[in-house]
Design a protein around this ligand. Structure first.
Ligand code: HEC
Ligand code: HEC
Length: 347
């Protein structure tokens, strides 16, 4: 019934998606594709019922990328979901040793960068160039990706015109086009939690960790991989292979929002199992553990008004001690910036 090549199929799928906006779930797209093919080849009245009711398997992102015939996009996808194997410290090609830890982009940008409130990257391309407080200037998407390379991935910045960077951006652009109208595209970043008006309780954080996290991330926080393997099955939360102290995740509020709506792995924002207090305490506990240290952090946030309140490193523009920025209580710091600088603080 269908004589299209995979490449043509992919293109018509992409067009269909751009056109229909909402109909982007793999399964629905597959049905739509079948109907599209039929409607061009067969008169509508002659559509055999069997074809419509035929069970369809959703087309995964991996399959759609594989069928795209676009090498740069395929590489970008591999850099994103297999960062450790393709750009990690154990890469055979020294020029491809970009990151400095055991994480993948998708360790945090969950579900290949499509998870609502799991740091989804759908719709991100459209938001750049964008003002960034950390640099106090308008930054490009490539510069933003470098922020994660040098902090979340504890690695080197890429030249913004470099192939690996262009490839990753191809994938982020692809998500934009191909996820139009999905839930993940409507949500940005992370879902706020109600911040307890008290400091992090480290003993309670450890208790939560041992009960709800250690099973996968291990009691020592170093994650789990098979002997000799490059990839972690369960990524490290601290130690030499984890995100560094300049990363967004090293802020307690950011980490608590991520954890509440995404961990233990398998839950999502619709069925969280941790309370806000548990997420807050376990985030505080994790971020007090040893991890790689980034240099020159004092140069971040040239305009200190823009510095997120739970940034763990100084300088600060307020009278509160570093320990309070690292472990709360935050409401009084947030209130201070609102009063002194009319600045609304989120994390
Ligand atoms: C340890 C977790 C972690 C890893 C690993 C990680 N990121 Fe991020 N990323 C974040 C967090 C947290 C934010 C947003 C927080 C902030 O800085 O405000 C973010 C933000 C971004 C943004 C901006 C999103 C927006 O909505 O504006 C892009 C683009 C991005 N990351 C790309 C990447 C890429 C590409 C990789 C792999 C090279 C990567 N990230 C690896 C945690 C991570
Ligand atoms: C069932 C196993 C499992 C449990 C339990 C679990 N995680 Fe995770 N966690 C994962 C996996 C797997 C990933 C990476 C996701 C991916 O690659 O798709 C992850 C990613 C993360 C990340 C971001 C990546 C990194 O390594 O920094 C953080 C932070 C995190 N988990 C914290 C927690 C906390 C806190 C708990 C306990 C409340 C927890 N996790 C419980 C499996 C688990």
């Amino acid at each position: 019934m269908n004589t299209h090549s995979p490449e043509e199929e992919f293109k018509s799928l992409a067009r269909g998606i751009a056109w229909w906006g909402g109909l982007t779930l793999g399964g629905i797209s597959a049905v739509f594709l079948a109907l599209l093919a039929l409607s061009t080849s067969t008169p509508k009245t002659a559509v055999p019922e069997a074809v419509i009711t035929e069970p369809t398997t959703p087309i995964s992102i991996a399959d759609r990328i594989a069928q795209s015939g676009d090498t740069q996009l395929q590489d970008g996808y591999a850099f994103f979901v297999h960062t450790d194997e393709t750009l990690g410290p154990q890469q055979e090609n020294p020029e491809r040793r970009i990151t400095g830890n055991g994480l993948k982009c998708s360790s945090c940008h969950l579900n290949e960068g499509t998870q609502p409130f799991g740091l989804p990257l759908n719709g991100v391309s459209q938001r750049f160039p964008q003002y960034r407080g950390r640099e106090d200037k308008i930054g490009t998407l490539a510069e933003r990706v470098n922020g994660c390379f040098t902090r979340s991935m504890n690695g080197k910045a890429l030249d913004t015109a470099q192939y690996e960077m262009k490839a990753i951006i191809s994938y982020i652009d692809w998500l934009d086009l191909n996820q139009a109208g999905t839930e993940a595209q409507k949500v940005k970043g992370l879902k706020p939690i109600e911040l307890p008006n008290r400091a992090v309780d480290l003993a309670h954080g450890k208790e939560v960790y041992d009960r709800a996290c250690a099973l996968c991330h291990q009691g020592n926080g170093l994650g789990l991989k098979n002997p000799g393997a490059i990839s972690y099955t369960y990524p490290p939360l601290w130690g030499p292979d984890a995100y560094n102290n300049g990363a967004g995740m090293s802020r307690v509020i950011t980490a608590a929002q991520f954890i509440k709506n995404n961990m233990p792995f398998g839950i999502n924002y619709e069925n969280p199992t941790l309370t806000d207090e548990e997420a807050y305490d376990v985030a505080g506990f994790i971020n007090q553990q040893p991890r790689p240290q980034k240099s020159n952090l004092e140069q971040d946030f040239p305009n200190l008004v823009k510095k997120p309140v739970s940034t763990p490193y100084p300088p600060y523009l307020d009278p509160f001690p570093q320990s309070q920025h690292q472990m709360g209580p935050y409401p009084e710091i947030i209130a201070y910036y609102a009063k002194q600088y009319q600045e609304e603080k989120k994390n």
